[in-house]
Design a protein around this ligand. Structure first.
Ligand SMILES: CC(C)(COP(=O)(O)OP(=O)(O)OC[C@H]1O[C@@H](n2cnc3c(N)ncnc32)[C@H](O)[C@@H]1OP(=O)(O)O)[C@@H](O)C(=O)NCCC(=O)NCCS
Length: 166
């Protein structure tokens, strides 16, 4: 059975592993090795994840995890970007466990937090242009494409901003 819960320090290794494997499996063909390694080092190191598990607030609500038999099979988290506007910042499912409904459960947990604790009425997400492992999921959840964003640090990796009412 899969349990969705707020992550704690015992989940650091599992979150890191799911995010790193998820990132490679999502972007391994479209992004350079150097870029991927830098993102992984910046965002999914044990040190950073540990900090993000202990320091959370309205802007970053902490990680939620999907756990099966003690093993992390998915992780997600978000925060508020405006008074009544939330954003999903990260979501990865173990690449061998996609399309089993785990992502839906994690998105629901983040959405519940944003609505009930922080009063969100709208939710945004950024997805890499061409990410066909991500875009159909958001479309199935009612997110609608709003605009393209060209990141200053790397203009080739265009992001698509999507939003939905929650
Ligand atoms: C995106 C992701 C988090 C979704 O989690 P998941 O557990 O695979 O998704 P679910 O099984 O809950 O699927 C939910 C819905 O999305 C739809 N869906 C998911 N992937 C799809 C695809 N590739 N094509 C069509 N529909 C898809 C399912 O049909 C389902 O629809 P329903 O709820 O109406 O039945 C997961 O696939 C993942 O880790 N992808 C790679 C990483 C990534 O792209 N993350 C997002 C970065 S912005």
């Amino acid at each position: 059975m899969i349990k969705i819960m707020k992550a704690n320090e015992s989940h650091v290794e599992g979150i890191s592993s799911v995010c790193i494997r998820g990132y490679w499996s999502t972007y391994g063909e479209s992004h350079s090795k150097e870029w991927i390694e830098r993102v992984i080092k910046d965002f999914y190191s044990h040190e950073r994840i540990l900090r993000e598990l202990t320091e959370f607030n309205r802007d970053w609500g902490g990680y939620f995890v999907a756990v099966e038999n003690g093993k992390v099979v998915g992780a997600a988290g978000g925060g508020m970007i405006d008074e009544e506007v939330g954003e999903l910042f990260v979501i990865y499912i173990d690449p061998t466990r996609r399309n089993e409904g785990i992502g839906t459960k994690l998105l629901n947990a983040v959405t519940k937090q944003q609505k009930e604790e922080y009063g969100a009425k709208e939710q945004w997400v950024s997805v890499q242009k061409g990410n066909m492992k991500g875009i159909p999921f958001y479309e199935a959840k009612g997110f609608k494409f709003q605009y393209e964003k060209v990141p200053e640090e790397n203009p080739t990796y265009i992001k698509l901003r999507h939003s939905r009412k929650i």
